[in-house]
Design a protein around this ligand. Structure first.
Ligand code: ZN
Length: 191
């Protein structure tokens, strides 16, 4: 399912890393000081996970147990980061001064900025799955199982608003199910 308008710019920086902390970084923040995750990969529906639905942490842990997991960190481009910082500061200032209507308006601005950031991150993921990553699978184009987590700030090394795209690389599949190229045929239920 491609819900991204063609006009969505493919921008920002994507860094590919391997998860060595058993997802501690994303799980530490998800549902506490940051929102819970969202399933985003093209192969998610193959595993009963609808794209755009909330990530169940237990399901993600069961799927990734004992497998190589990559974290493709998308960092927002400067213009999104600047708008984000402006809206955040304005919201905090209004909140502290007790101007609740103004604070609410700025929070809505912040949400609009984030939905633009999500669309851009999704467009970037689409492009990279199209291109394929050889460390994940030989087949091209690829479809991945991805759980994405937005992080608003950078008290943990990344200074810009960013999205962690957690890819269970063993579940990478080819573009069409009849090719039967899925690296892992387990499928089924993880819940
Ligand atoms: Zn982070």
């Amino acid at each position: 399912m491609d819900t991204t308008p063609d006009s969505t710019p493919v921008t920002g920086i994507l860094r590919t890393t391997w998860v060595r902390d058993e997802l501690a970084h994303v799980l530490e923040h998800a549902g506490t000081d940051e929102p819970s995750g969202t399933w985003t990969g093209l192969a998610c529906p193959d595993h009963g996970l609808s794209v755009g639905s909330d990530v169940c942490v237990a399901t993600l842990l069961a799927m990734s147990a004992g497998r190589a997991v990559a974290d493709l960190i998308w960092e927002a481009p400067a213009y999104i980061a600047d708008e984000h910082a402006r809206a955040f500061d304005a919201a905090m200032e209004a909140f502290q001064q007790g101007r609740s209507a103004a604070a609410e308006r700025h929070w809505q601005d912040l949400q609009a900025i984030w939905s633009h950031a999500w669309a851009t991150n999704y467009a970037v993921l689409g492009l990279i799955q199209q291109a394929g990553i050889t460390e994940f699978a030989e087949v091209k184009p690829q479809r991945w199982v991805v759980a994405s987590f937005e992080h608003h700030c950078g008290s943990h090394g990344v200074q810009l608003p960013h999205v962690h795209n957690v890819v269970v690389t063993a579940l990478t599949s080819g573009s069409s199910s009849e090719e039967n190229v899925r690296a892992d045929s387990a499928g089924g239920s993880y819940g």
